[in-house]
Structures are given as C-alpha cells and as structure tokens.
Design a protein around this ligand. Sequence first.
Ligand code: HEM
Length: 505
Amino acid sequence: MPQTLKLAGRASLLARCFPEIWADPVLKAPVRVIKSHKTLDEMPGPSALSFFSDLFCKKGLSRLHELQIEGKAKYGPMWKASFGPILTVHVADPSLIEQVLRQEGKHPIRSAISSWKDYRECRGHAYGLLTAEGEEWQKTRSLLGKHMLKPKEVESYTGTLNDVVSDLIRRLEHQRSFHDQHVVKNVADEFYKFGLEGISSVLFESRIGCLEPKVPQETENFISSINTMFIMTLLTMAMPKVLHRIFPKPWQKFCESWDYMFEFAKGHIDKRMAEVSEKISRGEKVEGKYLTYYLAQEKLSMKSIYGNVTELLLAGVDTISSTLSWSLYELSRHPEVQTALHKEIAAVMKGSAIPTAADVAQMPLLKAVVKEALRLYPVIPGNARVISDRDIQVGDYLIPKKTLITLCHYATSRDAKYFSNPNSFQPERWLRKDDAHHPYASIPFGFGKRSCIGRRIAELEVYLALSRILMHFEVKPEQEGHIVRPMTRTLLVPEKEINLQFLSR
Ligand code: HEM
C-alpha cells in the first residue's frame, strides 16, 4: 500500500479516536494539535464576597441546593465559588459529572478538607468508612462489602427489619390515637426513630427501644446530636479556621455532638461484646448475624469498630427518614398514585400480612415511587470529589489536582433537559421503556467504588416499611395544599413539619 494512503487511513482513525489529533487536509497525515484547555482563572463564578453574602446573609446555607440551580442558570454547567476558605468547582451537568466520576481513580476521595476528619484527629478516634481514605478505606470497604453489598447477605436481614417495621406500625397507631383526625405530626421524627432502630438491629441484632411508646432519652439525644452535627458541619466548613477562635460555639457544639454519638455507639458495642463474652465463658456456642459481630470476627481493632459503627449508625438515620417522609408526603398529595401502588401491593401479597424481600422485588411501582422521591429530594443534594494525584479535564476546563469538585445532583435531577416536568412527582417516568434518562442525571446513592455501601439495606428497609404502611393506612395530608419545601442541612431534609393523616384501610 502506498505510504500516503496508509498515512491517510491512520489519520482518519486517529481523528475519530482522538479529536484533538486530526488529519491535515494537505499533508493527509496526522498533525498533533493540542487543544488549549481553559484554566480555572477563565471559569465564571460569583465573587468571594457575593457568595459569602449569599451564604450568610440570605440564609444560603440552608438554600445551598437552590444555589445550584441559580448558579447553573447564571454561569452555565461549570462555575467556581469560594465556600469560606475553600475554592470549589461546581459541576451541574450529567455528562460532566460522569467525566469527573470516571476519572476518580483507585481510591476515590470525597473531600480532603473536612471538619469530620479534623474532629477525629483532634479526639484520636479512628476513621470509619465514610471518612477513611486510601488503603485504610479500601480494606474496610472490602470487609463491609462482603456483608452489605451481596444481595443474599442483605436479604437475610429481612426478618430483623420486618420486626422493626411491625413496631413502626404500632408506633404510628399509637401516635395517631392522640388526634381526632388520626394525624401523626412531624412524620420525619417518627422515621428518625425507625431509621435508628433499623440500623441498630442490623448492627447489633438487638433492639434499643426507639419505637416504644416512651422513647429512651439517650435515643432522643443521639438523634438531636446528629441534627446539630449536620447543621454545624456546614457552618464550621464555611468559617475560616481563624474564626473558630473568635466564634468558638459552632466548633464546640460540633465536637460535643460527635462526642455523644461516639459514646452512644461505644455503649451499645461494649454491651453486645460483654454478652458474647459471657456466653463464651458459659461454654455456649456464639454465632451472630449482625454487622458488629462480623467486624469483630475480621479482627478489626476495637478503635476501628467504634469508628465504623458510629458512622454506620449515623448514615442509617436521616437518610431513611428523609426518603420515607418525602415518599409519603408525595403519595399523600397524589392519591391516584397511592391507589395504584396499594393495588400493586395487594396483588403481590394476595392476603399475606408481611412482605418479604422476594415480594417487594415484584413491586415495580413501589421502586419507582422511591426513585422518584429520591430524584426530587436527593438526600445528598451535592456530593464531592477530589482528584489528588493529577489534573483532569472536565468539559473545556483543566481542573488542577486537589481541587474540590462539587457535584450538583439536585440541579441535574430537576433539570427539564433530562426530566420532563422536572418538579412534579411522576413515578411512572421510571417505568416507561421509551423514557430513557441520562444515567448520571439522578444518582441518589452516588457512583462507583465509593458509592453508598448501605444502598441495598436502605432500599430493602424503605420498601418493607412503605409497603406495610400502605397496607395498613391510607395516607392523606393534614391540610390540603400545604406545601413543604426541602432545605439543606448538609443533607436535604423537610424545611418544616410534614403532618399526615393515617386512616385505617
Ligand atoms: C435512602 C437512603 C440512603 C441514601 C440516599 C444514601 C446515599 C449515599 C450517598 C450519595 C453516598 C455517597 C456516595 C458517593 O460518594 O459516591 C453514601 C455513602 C455512604 N452510605 Fe449511604 N445512603 C443511604 C442509606 C445508607 C444506610 C442505611 C447506610 C448504612 C447502613 C449507609 C451507609 C453509607 C456509607 C458507610 C457510605 C460511605 C461509603 C464509602 O465512602 O465507601 N447509607 N450514601
């Protein structure tokens, strides 16, 4: 083959594979043209002062999710902003988010600058899976993954979780009995308790009484510590460290909340371990089907078990509560969807009282309802990544290594370009075969190696609870037309109480 032809063929192939290299029309040979990437200096974004005033003067901390939508409308899909002392690049388009996540490397980092890590350093606590990095993270992820990611392992928690759901139904009956119209006030509060009882049963295989008529004080304290910690997380991160000395309250409160959470977890772990030792000393056989037991079997240090269990307890409370609260809030406002879902559940259950993992697997509308609730109200409205070892290209920009990249999931999941009528609750959109969505437009459990390790447990828990609640009750708003918006408290939570009527079926 003549040399020129060979070159031309190779040139066109290269041109297709590498757009930055294309064939010179005269030479018919590849010429390397380095496209000039834009730098961070060229990236648009608010001035540090205007972002600061948005955050602190216009209640921006609780409106961070809305600032994503405003930012995208003003600056396009990528912009930079200074969150206190931290410069962060916002990415608010699914394909750009995909580009970031596909370059995250072997040991992805969520955020290198974190007050959660500072607290652990300060107190000498071990990191758990949420905060660990590098090889340490990889080791714990593999250990926990064996018990939290395999469908069969997760299914084995069905009985334990169903016992907790039975208590939830009793608790809802009890709470509604105080009201003539059978209203349960502030359902998120009830679901916090359910979330804590659920994750505790998975971690310790024992019950801690969160759903009893008289809730133990330490449970209330644990839940309020989580709330305070989440509020203080954003505040302490947005404040430059020098300000911590001038305004010490936020950091102090933040540390006190974590102290309580670590103590709570330690108390429960020590109690469970003591029961096991006692059994062994009596010569009884010890076996367990709970996560703390598995961690102990893997010879993880006690310090590391305390760190991990504290973080798992924390991860299982607000996430479950928000998902259940928003799902029921939307179902109460969309009776036609609720009726269709009730029909689906009844058809699968055929008179049986307690759904199993196999039953909920046959309920596509149930799954679509939860997916849609998480699209509209992603529990983590903005996630983050730091690529620490190299600069990466995202869209037209070259992002220097170690830059904090904020992934604007709230903005993408409410973008009309990817979801028609983006602000309305339409679970059917997930069931229509012709309605394909960009796979990165709504990713409520994150993506890849660092994605939510509790996803399977969370989904099972939410499906079991939601299906049983709807088998027992028809759920209506306390007041027609009463709108509850979301607010950011690190996580996305209801801005005010969601009060619902629970009518017997
Ligand atoms: C509907 C409920 C839940 C939602 C929407 C949710 C969402 C998420 C998201 C978005 C992440 C970050 C993923 C990433 O960075 O790519 C995450 C991480 C994590 N979640 Fe969940 N989560 C839920 C429930 C749970 C539960 C019940 C547990 C515990 C059993 C849990 C444990 C964790 C842990 C330990 C991580 C850190 C994983 C790692 O860094 O390797 N989550 N979750």
